[in-house]
Design a protein around this ligand. Structure first.
Ligand code: PMP
Length: 385
């Protein structure tokens, strides 16, 4: 009998150790970990640079984040500010918290409450970020949501426009809806959103928790769409598996947050910052990012080839190394079968298989995964070479 709240439907897999893209269970079975990318996406499991940085820091100083000058925090903030459209950074411990900080900053700066987010979006599980989430199944049973969110349709600018009022503070989007089925915004929508924000003086908040820090082959996913968000949130890949998040905001928002406005005991603590600096040094490198983009394209090709015969597959969508295979039927059984064959993948809604390999994945590993997926979804044994 477990003493844990049954909040998760866990797999019958007891993880023991992991290295690179491979995870090993307590029976010694090895899996290609193509869900690892959701949290340890950048450098794979137990990357020596990250381990070294963490161990060195663990031997030197662990403390709270908010009392002292912390060199690592200043350094990580300056890198994030330099490499993004933002100028100032607030560190926290998760994606949800980064979105809470974004919502609070947008409200405080504008003095307005209303935020338009998108149907089918996912922004987190705390009361604010849950209200921002455009999925009623996430809200169910938890009583009244923050009333100040409305949800527009993805890639439908008229639907956004109709919801704007004098009380609107911001528009909040993911450039690729991860939990929502690996669905991307399109360039027309992005351009029109930008124009709407300018016209109505609305803040643009981009949740890059799943797409940021190299996942799509760019530092941040919004770069693909030539956006310049006022607020960006990141987490997951920022810590390569270590719990950390960040909210990055433009210069004009700085004054809204003063000492006492917002805070976190551990957000930006020395251990987290040692990891973040090691991650950013490697990922924010042009040749590393170019490889991600290249591998993403190759993987898309392998999947097209491996799954072309499959009647189950409706569409394969990807941006860099975030990939969704939409099927005509529920994918739960495919995901279990893939695991039996040694490949870990996730669902994104009932009909989409979501694939997020670590960014250091090799071409051979991508081919191997495509071949396993062909066996699972394709009902064939086609082999990709
Ligand atoms: N935003 C997005 C886009 C996410 O995908 C997630 C997690 N799936 C979150 C926010 C919440 O992040 P966390 O679980 O770190 O709180």
């Amino acid at each position: 009998m477990s003493s844990l709240f049954p909040t998760y439907q866990r797999w019958e897999l007891s993880a023991k150790s992991a290295k690179g893209c491979t995870l090993v269970d307590t029976n010694g079975k090895e899996y290609l970990d193509f869900v690892g990318g959701i949290a340890v996406c950048n450098l794979g499991h137990c990357h020596p640079n990250v381990v070294d940085a963490l161990v060195k820091q663990a031997e030197t100083l662990w403390h709270v984040s908010n009392l002292f000058q912390i060199e690592g925090q200043e350094k990580a903030a300056s890198v994030l500010a330099e490499q993004s459209s933002g100028d100032y950074v607030f560190f926290c411990n998760s994606g949800t918290e980064a979105n809470e900080a974004a919502i609070k900053l947008a409200r405080k700066h504008t003095g307005k409450n209303h935020i338009i987010s998108l149907a089918n979006s996912f922004h987190g599980r705390t009361l604010g970020s849950m209200a921002a989430t455009g999925q009623s199944k996430i809200h169910e049973g938890f009583g009244t949501m923050l009333p100040s969110f409305t949800y527009a349709k993805l890639n439908d600018i008229q639907s956004v426009q109709e919801q704007i009022s004098s009380e609107t503070a911001a528009i909040m989007i993911e450039v690729v809806q991860g939990e929502g089925g690996v669905r991307s915004i399109d360039q027309t929508f992005a351009t029109q959103l930008k124009e709407l924000c300018e016209e109505h003086e609305l803040l643009l908040i981009v949740d890059e928790v799943q797409t940021g820090i190299g996942r799509t082959g760019k530092r941040f996913g919004y770069e693909h769409f030539h956006l310049s968000p006022d607020i960006i949130t990141v987490a997951k890949g920022l810590g390569n598996g270590f719990p950390v998040g960040a909210m990055i905001g433009k210069e004009h928002l700085k004054a809204a947050f003063q000492p006492g406005s917002h805070g976190s005991t551990f957000g930006g603590n020395p251990l987290a910052m040692a990891v973040v600096n090691a991650v950013l040094e490697t990922v924010f490198d042009e040749s590393f990012l170019a490889q991600v983009e290249e591998k993403g394209k190759k993987f898309q090709g392998y999947l097209q080839e491996a799954l072309q015969q499959s009647a189950a597959v409706k569409e394969i969508r990807s941006l860099g190394l975030i990939t969704g295979i939409e099927c005509h039927e529920p994918v739960a059984a495919f995901i279990t079968k893939a695991r039996e064959l040694g490949l870990l993948v996730l669902p994104a809604g009932p009909n989409v298989i979501r694939i997020l390999p670590p960014l250091v994945v090799t071409e051979e590993e991508l081919q191997q995964a495509a071949n396993i997926l062909a066996q699972v979804v394709g009902h064939t044994t086609a082999t990709v070479h």
